[in-house]
Design a binder for this molecule. Structure first.
Ligand SMILES: *Cc1c(COP(=O)(O)O)cnc(C)c1O
Length: 390
């Protein structure tokens, strides 16, 4: 830890444990202590740590070929793209390495499409207050939270913000310069904020009426997190562009930006690129992750365990006055507190449960989607114990 603090830039507030091994829903630190992991690398390891299918796929690919660039064709990349388009609204995929990069690609595609097919003066995107879209200059601009932008001005031109889950404010934010609306189906970093059931469908409606693009950032909600492969599926609508990353490679870095054929046609060779995008190891991991998720009942387990966990959290709320609210969809859940959450996170960690706190007073639970009832019971028992007397 001293070695890390001396040599690594100070951009993360780390817990004082060094993790060395993971399997399923469990992690172990350097002293051999076991933890139940309800963070999953921040909604990344949706199949749990070291899932055998993913490990096997990466190993097999590693023996053959690791990287060749996008100057050539490779089979695994075509296969992942065809899986993603088969199971979503999209017709085309672009591969990159992270969520921020996927959103950068989406922003560029929306601007390019508007420039070529709508009106050269349309370049503005409306994003949501309390959203999170990444840490590059374009994506901190898209992120509707000043704390991520402070000290980094000037920001990019062409972004305006509307309050989440407010259709009237959203529609009145549209100007002749607007080319699209970009939003998370459920705000993750913003505190697991779930909009009204019909909200996404109504946003789609607004986009249709104004002939602008609808971009969904499913970097956190995608790949099964909410109990469907993509969270937009709950709304019965289809967006124009979708971004993915976090769980797509179950821990191997990979991102993707997907679009309909109509929108994707705005990109031609030279318009956008990524050296590592679609890397063969990343594609092997993504293919194994998607196949496992679809073939092994992971989504069903997520829905079932999500409902069970939510009921347990509601019972916890009835018992502890410091809980002001609980909410969640699938295994993306949160517990709003009347006090700062950092202390709870620390006490849970001491008792062998890893959880995350966002925005100071919201506990966020994003466990692997393979968790069992007894994992949830164990986590609830620790939370109950920790909250006793707070
Ligand atoms: C995590 C996250 C991002 C950023 O992803 P990185 O891989 O960290 O760049 C973007 N959007 C959402 C909704 C996220 O949760």
């Amino acid at each position: 830890m001293a070695l890390a603090d001396k040599n690594i830039m100070n951009t993360y507030k780390r817990s004082p444990i060094a993790l060395t091994k993971g399997k399923g829903t469990r992690l172990w630190d350097a002293s051999g202590k076991e933890y139940l992991d309800f963070v999953a690398g921040i909604a990344v390891c949706n199949l749990g740590h070291s899932h055998p299918n993913v490990v096997k796929a990466i190993r097999k690919q590693l023996k053959n070929l690791m990287h060749v660039s996008n100057l050539y064709y490779t089979q695994p990349q075509a296969e992942v793209a065809s899986l993603l388009t088969k199971y979503s609204f999209a017709d085309k995929a672009f591969f990159c390495n992270s969520g921020a990069e996927a959103n950068e690609a989406a922003i560029k595609l929306a601007r390019k499409y508007a420039h070529e097919y709508l009106d050269a003066d349309k370049f503005e995107l409306i994003t949501m207050k309390d959203s999170f879209h990444g840490r590059t200059m374009a994506t901190i601009t898209a992120t509707g939270q000043e704390k991520f932008q402070f000290g980094f001005t000037p920001l990019l031109e062409g972004f305006t913000y509307a309050p989440f889950n407010d259709l009237v404010a959203l529609e009145s934010a549209i100007t002749p310069k607007t080319c699209g609306i970009m939003l998370e189906p459920i705000q993750g970093e913003g505190g697991v904020i779930i909009p009204d059931e019909k909200y996404l469908a109504q946003v789609r409606n607004i986009c249709n009426r104004h002939k602008i693009l609808m971009i969904v950032d499913e970097v956190q909600t995608g790949i099964g997190r909410t109990g469907k492969l993509f969270a937009y599926e709950y709304s019965g609508i289809q967006p124009d562009i979708m971004t993915l990353a976090k769980a797509l490679g179950n821990g191997f870095p990979v991102g993707a930006m997907l679009a309909t054929h109509e929108i994707a046609k705005a990109f031609s060779p030279g318009n956008h690129a990524s050296t590592f995008g679609g890397n063969l190891l990343a594609m092997a991991a993504a293919k194994a992750t998607l196949k496992t998720m679809l073939d092994e009942g992971i989504l069903e387990n997520c829905q079932k365990m999500g409902d069970y966990f939510l009921t347990k959290l509601q019972a916890l709320k009835a018992k502890h006055a410091i809980i002001s609210g609980v909410r969640g969809k699938g295994l993306m859940l949160a517990c709003a507190l009347t006090i700062e959450g950092a202390d709870i996170v620390k006490s849970c960690q001491e008792r062998g449960l890893l959880i995350n706190c966002t925005g100071g007073k919201t506990l966020r639970f994003v466990p692997p989607l393979i968790i069992t009832q007894s994992d949830i019971d164990a986590a609830i028992a620790i939370l109950d114990d920790v909250m006793e007397g707070k």
